[in-house]
Design a protein. Structure first.
Length: 625
């Protein structure tokens, strides 16, 4: 018997009714629920229309967070008198005329829903003067166009949003919150078109002004000069694909994702394939739960991306999602791969730190060695390791790594000794070296060096850890991953999509050390796994790897797990705190940092060095005053 708590009273029974066609106004109001969520939605649609019309200057004015009124004026091509009334009709657009146009759409808008949807939930006046016309005209929803006074372009006035739908209006937030969403929308549009100037005014007060200029200047206007000063440039082309923009330094990562902007063919999007590619590229250099800031612009043939996925057009679907994922991940990873000193880092302002209110300098003491379990124990990863392979857990056998460790160490040792200076080599001027020349060692923990900009402070353990980590990775990558046949092959029932993935990615699986084959349309057999993962649950491991390959076309699950282990190895092998180094040894470490990829951060994402400028030192000692 169903418990009483689940007995819902049937107080109202819907009468049987005939099927009927809904009135146009009700249809528009229902559609508006998908297109118009809040004032920011209106601002977005009107700005996109202005850009599609060729506008190079747009002025946005809001009152009460956009709830009371929204005015968007542009200097675009305008709308002729004959089309003005039609512009407020549902599914009326000049941007597409056929399915072929839809599959190759290059405009921001194309559905012909926006103006009609807005007019159904607010008071809307559309004024426009077509380019070359001597007269402007205006139209309100349901009325005929009439002459109006307007110099050029188009002005759209939207008032009392959701006044006719009180149930929708009560879901709006406070005025500051709604305005914040509108401002963010303007910022996104401004980033997408640096050649267009935009101004945002709220309650009569100018709050944002973006001047037309270069992409770098526009990013500085939107994300700040500090971001641009330490950001790394991305400019990669592969066939029809291009990726441009700036990505934040790992040392400048943030606690939230509020400064992440990705554009596809000029359209701001939030796409899980792209988000995953960025996470994969930054995985080796970010500390903890920090998030990078970036402004990236991906361009590809319109036929390669479907923008008709969501009414708000903020989501897309790629024809070749795996190819896009790998292209973006590799391009961003390459930009992050420079050695220490190759790119700017946030400067450590000793003046600001010393003069911070209530600041008390801590007593300097030799740092304790990092707390870590013995090496033999760290090789026994269990299911408690968090995000390694979902819930499967991948226990490791110490013996499985014995030969690899010895080989990796031999490769690292074959390189020039870490703490040896080149014989008979004249020292280069400090100005020619990004990290300069070593001056001294501080408390057995930090190396102090002088370069052209001022003082460099290096965490020697963190720096050496990254150097060894990259050497270990190179040693492993230069040889094929060893495969270990299973004594008893593991068979398991599988979804058809998993069987298809095993067949489609056979070469990739083999390169990763797997032998996975279909037994039937609904079952798979695992005959071999990577030797490094021989103690893992073969079935769970196979499922996770197939899911990864199916989704992104890469073995990131295995790479991530392998890199965590190599990071632990490097941490134990790196030089410890309190070890005394000679000046030639310190200089050698600085040179290896400059030549090692990603050496600006240790394996855990923490910075390995910091720059203190001469200007900061001058301010600290009041020089020039």
């Amino acid at each position: 018997m169903i418990p009483e708590v689940y007995n819902f009273p049937m107080t109202a029974v819907l009468p049987e009714r005939a099927i009927r066609v809904l009135p146009d106004r009700l249809i528009s109001q229902i559609a508006a629920g998908e297109v118009v969520e809040r004032p920011a939605s209106v601002v977005k649609e009107l700005l996109e229309n202005a850009l599609d019309a060729g506008a190079l200057s747009i002025d946005v004015r809001l009152e009460a967070g956009g709830v009371k009124s929204i005015r968007v004026a542009d200097d675009g091509d305008g709308i002729g008198q004959g089309d003005l009334g039609l512009a407020l009709t549902r599914h009326a657009t000049s941007k597409i005329a056929s399915l072929d146009d839809l599959e190759n759409v290059v405009s921001l808008g194309f559905r012909g829903e926006a103006l009609a949807a807005i007019a159904s939930v607010a008071d809307l006046t559309l004024m426009s003067r077509a380019r070359g016309s001597s007269q402007a005209f205006a139209v309100e929803h349901g009325a005929a166009p009439h002459p109006a006074a307007l110099g050029a372009g188009t002005v759209v006035l939207v008032g009392d949003l959701f006044a006719r739908i009180p149930a929708r209006r009560k879901f709006l937030k406070s005025e500051p919150t709604e305005f914040a969403h509108c401002a963010e929308t303007v910022r996104r549009i401004a980033l997408s078109r640096p050649d267009c100037s935009l101004t945002l005014t709220h309650n009569g007060r100018a709050t944002l002004h973006f001047k037309a200029g270069s992409l770098r200047a526009r990013i500085a206007q939107a994300l700040g000069d500090d971001f641009v000063a330490t950001a790394r440039e991305v400019d990669v082309t592969a066939g029809p694909l291009t990726l441009q923009g700036l990505i934040g330094s790992p040392a400048d990562a943030r606690s939230g994702r509020d400064a992440q902007y990705f554009f596809v063919n000029g359209r701001f999007v939030r796409d899980r394939v792209l988000q995953h590619a960025l996470r994969a590229a930054y995985a080796d250099v970010l500390h903890g739960d920090r998030h990078p800031a970036f402004a990236l612009f991906l361009n590809l043939p319109p036929a390669g991306v479907d923008v008709n996925v969501h009414p708000a057009k903020i989501e897309v679907r790629f024809r070749d999602a795996q190819g896009i994922h790998q292209f973006v991940a590799r391009a961003v990873a390459a930009a992050l791969a420079g050695g220490a000193g190759a790119v700017p880092v946030p400067q450590a302002s000793v003046y600001a730190a010393a003069n911070a209110p209530g600041n008390v300098a801590p007593a300097m003491a030799p740092a304790a060695s990092p707390t870590a379990t013995p090496a033999s124990a760290t090789l026994a990863w269990g299911g408690t390791s968090g995000s390694l392979l979902g819930q499967a857990g991948v226990p490791q056998s110490p013996t499985a790594y014995a030969s690899f460790i010895s080989q990796a160490l031999r490769v690292a040792d074959a390189a020039p000794p870490l703490y040896a200076s080149a014989p008979n080599a004249a020292p280069l001027p400090a100005g020619d070296l990004p990290l300069g020349h070593a001056l001294a060692q501080l408390h057995g923990v930090y190396i102090l060096a002088q370069n052209a900009a001022g003082l460099v402070v290096v965490d020697m353990h963190a720096a050496h850890e990254r150097i060894l980590y990259e050497a270990f990775k190179s040693a492993l990558d230069e040889r094929r991953v060893a495969s270990q046949p299973l004594l008893i092959p593991a068979t398991f029932p599988a979804e058809r999509i998993e069987v298809a993935a095993a067949e489609d990615h056979g070469e990739t699986l083999a390169a990763l050390g797997f032998e996975i084959a279909p037994l039937s349309e609904t079952s798979l057999v695992v005959r071999a796994v990577p030797a490094l993962l021989v103690d893992a649950d073969a079935k769970a491991l196979a499922r996770d790897v197939l899911a990864e390959l199916r989704e992104f076309g890469s073995g990131e699950v295995l790479t991530r797990h392998r890199d965590e282990l190599l990071s632990t190895m490097a941490c134990h092998a790196a030089v410890r705190a309190n070890r005394r180094l000679s000046l030639p040894e310190m200089d050698a470490l600085l040179r290896r940092m400059e030549d090692t990829e990603r050496s600006g951060q240790c394996n855990h994402g923490r910075p390995t060095w910091a720059q203190v400028s001469l200007a900061d030192l001058d301010r600290l000692f009041l020089r020039g005053r």
